[in-house]
Design a protein around this ligand. Sequence first.
Ligand code: ADP
Ligand code: ZN
Length: 615
Amino acid sequence: MLSKEKKTHIDAAARSVLKRFFGYDSFRPRQAEIVATVCSGRDCVVLMPTGGGKSICYQVPALMLDGMAIVVSPLIALMEDQVHTLRGNGIPAAALHSGQTDAENADILDAVRRGRIKLLYISPERLLLDMENWPQNIRISLFAIDEAHCISQWGHDFRPEYTRLDRIKERFPAVPVIALTATADKLTRADIAGQLRLDNPQVFISSFDRPNISLTVKQNPGKAMKLKIISELIDRYADDSGIIYSLSRKGAEQMAAELKARGYSATVYHAGLSAGERAEAQRRFIQGEVQVVCATIAFGMGIDKSNIRYVIHNNLPRNIEGYYQEIGRAGRDGLPAEALMFYSFQDIVMLQSFIDESGQKQLNLEKLARMREYAESSVCRRRVLLSYFSEECTTDCGNCDVCRRPPLRFDGTTVAQKALSAIVRTEQSVGVSMLVDILRGSARGDLVSKGYNRIKTYGAGRDLGAAEWKAYLAQMLQLGLFEIAYNEGNRLKITTQGMRVLRAEVPVTLARFFYERTEPAPKTKATKTPVSSGPADPGLLAALKARRLAIARLNGVAPYIICSDKTLVEIALRRPTDKLGFSKIYGIGEFKTERLWEPMTAVVRNWKLNNPELP
Ligand code: ADP
Ligand code: ZN
């Protein structure tokens, strides 16, 4: 345990490092404690959601302690991004990985030997390779294991090379290890400390809530309406960007093509592209050259682009962990952001087939079932998410579609009976689409040839639209009135509970389905004020953005490496005209003050000259 005096001393030193190098005035919840714990030499496990501020937890100690910190990271893009950000703050950081030439890596090792590097990012394979002949004279201050969930076979992102990281503790028993992850999966969490052989680690769990991200789930309303909804969302954030995830490469490509046809700048990103194409797509997105990336799940890890305003799921994701991580890429700057998901029965069929091909079938089925519960929830979605992550949550969030428009319930017994009766009368041999067509009295050829037009329930559900039927069937499925036999051509089978409903032994309550109205636009906090600009003057903000872009181009880095949107908004609000004023801005440390105060305050002064009448 730390003495109180020592702790106060560490806290003060940590705060000064935070301001000096990162330009932040205060730590976020838990960060200060974590920094103090690492500085005291104790191992830690840090569980914090994406965007929660994990990096600071090892970067500040790395700057406070003697020697060099080694950060293990699974992805080259992730390492490069972090190194750029650190260098942008004047911190000597470097990365060793296979994406560089031997000569480049040799140069970096040379700098390491001469004690020039404070933070070294390294891939796990590279670390294992170097570990035995690691130069004796280099003092290692700490090891940070980023994306530590990659070590667990239970997780959704298992990487075999991570399992060998247990050797760190063997080889460097006295060096503290801090393992960090945004995974909320309990099994995985429990696995991390053991796998890494951490020594009585202190575990820090932050709330996984991201209240600024609004949550919406919609039953697929049909292609045209879906595209209309997506277009409106993109338009609402015309100056910012977003990601659309699809389950398949084809889905991602089609989405990009549709959006391009509507005049949006979109690009695709999936595992079927070459490494070069993927890097280019990522670069264009980071630089703000494209509005939307249409991706499969392969995209987004390691992107610290803070102004992603929306994440759309074109399909139901595989599990809640992955979904939460993906939507977490939106709104890292804390400003309002939106997560929108579309899902349909077809998604479930597709996911089911993926699972059949995967190992760990039972576990994955269970996870998919929980994902569906979320999508079909009629209670506050945030509560469903947080309870999945074992967080207590006693109030509704007010920022999800269920909270905004609570479902209207009605006695759905007759509706359910019509559908169940049709299932029985077709001898449980049809899938969802056929069932809906029977209920609505369609004349489609295969329906007629099978004689389904002669059953009693044919056309009994004409009063409801197809989308309406699908929504009610989804609810009935959720209520356990029938099942989908995925391994038997997705035919529908009535359950015992369904039989009881059919025999009028129990009533059924359903939530009223509403057809999509896209006008007026859904009322989210985001629609009221253009998020990224807040009450800042748009002209000034645009000029600041342009200047940032020019500086970024000159330095060959992404604009957000120069400074974040939030920093620009603050400059536009506070309008500093001198160095001292500028140094007080959010995200501006000593290094950035030196580098940016002149060009940025010049923009402000110029704006003031041109707008003398404005306050
Ligand atoms: P994570 O790795 O947990 O996803 P990051 O470490 O990338 O999150 O942090 C997310 C964002 O929050 C970054 O832009 C980071 O600079 C910012 N941030 C972190 N800590 C603070 C803080 N104490 N004050 C203000 N901003 C912070
Ligand atoms: Zn809610």
